[in-house]
Design a protein around this ligand. Structure first.
Ligand code: BGC
Length: 841
């Protein structure tokens, strides 16, 4: 403990220490001015720094590509720079903690938060996580890699018991966290909602003390996921440092005082966790005095250099899965382009849930083409609908922005006390709705202009947390200010069912819209979502076919939205939603020059891929996504991404298929070590797209690897591989040298091959460099939990015991033998092999 932490701790009474370890409010900690301890702000995380808002409300901020795109960059150095941007953004939002990164693994393609997580692979996730942590923390902002651990699905996420054997935990699910601690030096960790082998993660002593602190040497704070704390003494003894959000339910002077009095915990436990919180304040500069990073003081940065970095990052994480030579397109000779798909005009730049931020901008492919290729002959066709439930009103039907005026009181009367603009028909309020607005009773009038694309019947829909009505042309068309409504599953299950009414609109005509919201009858969370949908019967696929047939090239942007891929719920199915697969097939049949851009967060069914001339997986690419997709389509940027997850040919081939989502409150990780490429190799199942695959517009040649420390080694020094890479193409591009280790027959069952390292290189035409990959002992080792059998099993057996194939001592072991170290372009495209003879250790 540093002197500063020690002296501040000594200045606090037991009651104050007990209060310090619980938050003050949803995004703040408590202050103790007399002891020189200020409050600090925390913010989600992980693709932006949102500040005090909730669900995409609040001050605008930079929205970097989502986690799965960062994983697909295979570029820790780039991710570290993006982390720096988020560190700056967090401070600009008055926050010293960024609730990020999300580093659970893609165990199953349907995981609702896969978009937030980097990869199926622990090493790729770990190296990217460590870089992210270094980048954010370089700005004096703490990170909280989350959710520790085995929170790989949203199914019953608050209570599910993830039953995972120790070897699988150690070799897979703990690894990204271990990297974040050992190589990232993270100051915080967020404990998960779920149980791990029967004990809630927030009170799991094995996890939070034995593994995290004693084995890994972590000396930071453990923050609970929001409302994830489950006990007082149990959590304190286990090492949960800070209960969030405030005011605490389990921590603060009431319950902690009782637990101390009952002898369930002692002052030492309290000092330890209070010390963790003080160390956080010290490390982030909060104890040193006023440096302008105060909760509630929020500013927008929106720096041009960040925009450029984010644009490059989205291209660097875009994977060119297939290309028959059509790509890159030449904007000067491409002729006309049919741009098709709902996501072509409304890019899905991030997923749903707590990761949602109010981005500085949301650039779709259509926006980018309009702005940067105005001479291109572009025709748009929507192709199909992909709505899961009510979608909030936004551009292009909403012309410009809504102007929101806030009133104190429930009935939109009196002076306007606050105002702001919004690009969406969704408003959410939690805590303070705005400066000067009474959170107990307020109302909001949002006014704007609609322009419909069809003439005829439309449906206006509403989900409310409170009371709301909608006016078009000054007439009330939907009024839910009275009456009873059932609950639906929006707004964390707290919103009403969708309430709707028919309206008539005329294509192209400007129609004034007013949404009047009152917080009357709301509880805790307030807000409303208003959407408008055309009911005019149109054959959208036929329109798309026609547009495609009339154009030289068709670009179909397919995907999901934040309703399909969100925190709180896993995805419903593996296929693209709506009629998108059929849309692709029919457009590709109408025009052989069809390129498909996949705008989903996690893996989806690509069974149509063989019919397209080119397939790009762009993921949720962040605020500059449209520019980046255009850059890659037209060759201004190389598609730098490599798949961070295996895409199965059929959902039934997924590793966790038989053990997902769980039943009777338990999910058994029955596939053990065999997720992702480990599974597909072990079972000899051919995936649709292998892990690590991705094409460049350049071509590269690799030398045989030079292995130092090769031959016989006891791994006292790491094994180092060097591969000369030369760009033999005529464009600049990037390549990823992936290294997979294939062990000899071992005492325990092992995957055929596992990714153990990689290096990304960027080369101009003709340029050459040397990729260097370091393999330490762990790259060859496996974790043996040791023989768990009770003693004396052989007693009374007349047949002599055979040779024992067990060890008693748990630990990491390297079996002696010849290991094949492969350089590879993907888990299925092995390039060169080198042998390393290990003496075992
Ligand atoms: C999520 C966390 C998030 C927290 C605060 C939880 O529901 O699981 O990832 O940081 O909310 O928004």
């Amino acid at each position: 403990m540093s002197e500063t932490v020690e002296s501040r701790l000594a200045a606090l009474s037991t009651e104050e220490k007990a209060d310090l370890v619980a938050g003050e409010a949803i995004w703040t900690t408590k202050s103790f001015p007399e002891a020189g301890i200020p409050a600090i702000g925390v913010t989600d995380g992980p693709n932006g720094a949102r500040g005090g808002g909730l669900l995409g409300t609040g001050t605008a901020t930079a929205c970097i590509p989502a986690g799965a795109v960062l994983g697909a960059t295979w570029d820790p150095e780039l991710v570290e720079r993006l982390g720096g941007v988020l560190g700056d953004e967090a401070r600009a939002k008055g926050c010293r903690v960024l609730l990020a990164p999300t580093i659970n693994l893609h165990r199953n393609p349907l995981g609702g938060r896969n978009f937030e997580c980097y990869s199926e692979d622990p090493i790729l996730s770990g190296l990217v996580a460590a870089a992210f942590v270094r980048g954010v923390q370089s700005r004096g902002v703490a990170t909280t890699p989350k959710h520790f651990v085995a929170n790989d699905s949203e199914f019953e996420r608050n209570t599910i018991d993830s039953q995972v054997d120790e070897r699988t935990l150690r070799e897979l699910y703990l690894v990204p966290f271990e990297y974040a601690v050992a190589e990232g030096g993270t100051w915080g960790i967020m404990s998960a909602y779920n149980r791990l082998n029967g004990t809630f993660c927030s009170e799991n002593e094995w996890l939070l003390t034995q593994v995290l602190r004693e084995e890994w040497g972590f000396d930071g704070f453990v923050i609970s996921d929001w409302f994830a704390a489950r006990s007082t003494a149990g959590s304190a003894r286990a090492g949960l440092s800070l209960e969030m959000p405030g005011p605490g339910q389990w921590y603060n002077q009431g319950p902690i005082g009782e637990a101390l009095a009952a002898g369930e915990m002692d002052e030492g436990h309290l000092d330890r966790i209070a010390g963790d919180v003080l160390r956080l304040l010290e490390r982030t500069g909060a104890l040193a005095g006023d440096d302008g990073c105060e909760p509630g003081q929020e500013q927008e940065l929106d720096r041009p250099e960040d925009q450029a970095l984010l644009r490059g990052a989205a291209a660097a994480g875009t994977v060119l899965v297939a290309n028959n030579g059509l790509l890159p397109l030449d904007p000067t000779t491409s002729g006309s382009v049919a741009v098709i798909g709902p996501n072509a005009r409304k890019a899905q730049i991030m997923g749903g849930g707590s990761a949602t931020v109010q981005a500085y901008r949301n650039v779709s492919l259509m926006d980018a083409l309009d702005e940067e290729h105005p001479d291109l002959d572009v025709r748009y066709a929507q192709g199909c609908d992909i709505e899961r439930s009510l979608i909030a009103l936004s551009a292009p039907m909403l012309k410009g922005k809504l102007r929101l005026e806030y009133f104190n009181g429930h009935d939109w009367s009196g002076p306007v006390v606050h105002s702001r603009e919004s690009a969406s028909g969704e408003m959410v309020f939690f805590g303070e709705p705005g400066p000067g607005v009474n959170p107990e009773a307020f109302s909001v009038r949002a006014s704007g202009v609609l322009v419909a694309e069809d003439t005829g019947q439309h449906t206006v829909g509403l989900v409310q947390l409170g009371r709301c009505r909608v006016l078009l042309d000054g007439e009330v068309v939907l009024d839910a200010t009275e009456g009873d409504y059932d609950r639906g599953d929006d707004f964390f299950g707290m919103g009403s069912e969708v309430i709707s009414a028919p309206v008539q609109l005329t294509a192209g005509r400007e129609t004034p819209i007013v949404i009047e919201y009152s917080s009357r009858d709301s509880f805790m969370l307030c807000g409303a979502r208003v959407g408008l949908k055309s009911q005019v019967d149109r054959d959208l696929i036929a329109e798309a076919e026609e547009a495609a047939a009339a154009a030289d090239v068709a670009v179909v942007v397919v995907g999901t939205n934040a309703d399909w891929e969100t925190e709180g719920r896993d995805r419903d199915w593996f296929d693209l939603p709506g009629d998108q697969s059929e849309l692709i097939r029919r457009v590709a049949a109408a025009n052989p020059n069809t390129v498909v851009v996949v705008n989903t967060g996690g893996a989806c069914n690509l069974d149509w891929a063989g019919e397209a001339a080119g397939v790009l997986v762009a993921g949720f690419g962040g605020q500059e996504m449209g520019y980046a997709v255009a850059d890659v389509l037209f060759g201004a940027a190389d598609p730098g991404g490599r798949m961070a997850m295996t895409v199965p040919a059929r959902y039934e081939h997924s590793p966790a298929y038989l053990n997902y989502p769980g039943e009777n409150g338990v999910v058994r990780y029955g596939e053990g070590l065999y997720i992702g490429h480990r599974w597909f190799d072990a079972r000899a199942i051919e995936p649709a797209v292998p892990f690590g695959h991705g094409l460049s517009y350049a071509t590269f040649e690799w030398s045989e690897p030079r292995v130092s420390g090769g031959g016989d080694t006891d791994l006292a020094d790491p094994v180092i591989l060097e591969v000369d890479v030369v760009n033999t193409g005529d464009r600049p591009g990037s390549d990823v040298v992936q290294v997979y280790v294939e062990p000899p027959p071992s005492l325990l069952h092992r995957p055929v091959r596992e990714l153990k390292g990689f290096a990304k290189v960027h080369l101009a035409p003709g340029e050459r460099t040397t990729a260097r990959i370091v393999l330490n002992r762990r790259a060859f080792a496996y974790y043996d939990p040791g023989d768990q059998s009770p003693p004396g099993l052989e007693v009374g057996n007349p047949v002599p015991a055979g040779e024992s194939h067990k060890r008693n001592d748990p630990g990491w072991y390297v079996d002696p033998g010849t290991y094949t170290v492969w350089t590879a372009r993907s888990s299925a495209d092995l390039v060169h092999a080198a042998e390393v003879h290990l003496s075992g250790s």
